[in-house]
Design a protein around this ligand. Sequence first.
Ligand SMILES: CSC[C@@H](O)[C@@H](O)C(=O)COP(=O)(O)O
Length: 346
Amino acid sequence: MTLIAIEWDDTAGRGGRGAVRLLDQTQLPGTTAYRSIDTTSDLVVAIAELAVRGAPALGVAGALGVVLAMDEGAHEGWDDTRVQAAIDRVRHARPTAVNLAWGVDQVRALVPQGRDVVLEAARRVATDDEAANRELSRLGADWLLSRIDRARLRVLTHCNTGSLATSAWGTALGVIRELHARDRLELVYADETRPLLQGSRLTAFELAADGIPHWVQADGAAASTILRGLVDLAVVGADRIAANGDAANKIGTLGVALACHDAGIPFMVAAPWSTVDLSMADGSGIEIEERSGEEVTVLAGVRLAPEVSPGFNPAFDVTPARLVDAVATERGVAEPRRGIDLNSLS
Ligand SMILES: CSC[C@@H](O)[C@@H](O)C(=O)COP(=O)(O)O
């Protein structure tokens, strides 16, 4: 299935100047609807609402956001200070995924060369991401198959890391797709991923569309599924990976890693190099986005907890390097638990 999460649409936008076209992931799997976005403030809202989400897709959003700021500035008569302020708002729309700021920074320096140069570079961010995903998936699958002696692997994953979270193909879901393509995949356990259900709404949607056998399970089932011996490995994505291999990803990932460690099965993080933040020696400085408690206490408009009970809603956790067997990137596979950290690939 080829679903484009985010791209530039030359034919849309006010005065035909172009717009960001994004698949509104808040409405999946029930409705396939697109948002056409031609202002930076609407892009910031779309990012905050998770209409576009997943670290690599946020990188593309950041790069295209610079084009939007330039077009909007030209239309509204903004000076450079206002254009730069609009770019900064996009850059800071969410804090944890380093790809968002990285995507902005990939093209921002080109602003003096004009919007067409910036647009071309932003489109390259997307094509490069797909190439990176395919390569890291190949390397990740090689690593797993060289270590797990089983004809077809049973895989657990958390959150959504497929086409919807990237420019195409996917990271952890890319590794899963690669195993499936090689006829080395038996089954996927997709954690539903509370509170916003990226696993059941999005990962299951992608797996079903590709005919990949899977179960959707409650997040609370993951540790038991692992310790019962029902899976051979877990593979997840990341929003930011520190130099030592500490990896921030969707809340609940840490529990999966702990269970894998106890069970003695591989825990792999799969991510493009754009998710690696070598400026952080370890994960202690990673900012964890805290989202509205109502995402926990209200489901589809129905209040699940007493009105007086507030929801606690950290959106990410940090899995320490000592629990990470492998980080698959397009540059190669690091093995943080064995002390082979991300610096070894730089
Ligand atoms: C390839 S996407 C990697 C991560 O961004 C993904 O696992 C994740 O945590 C996404 O969180 P989200 O809040 O849906 O943006």
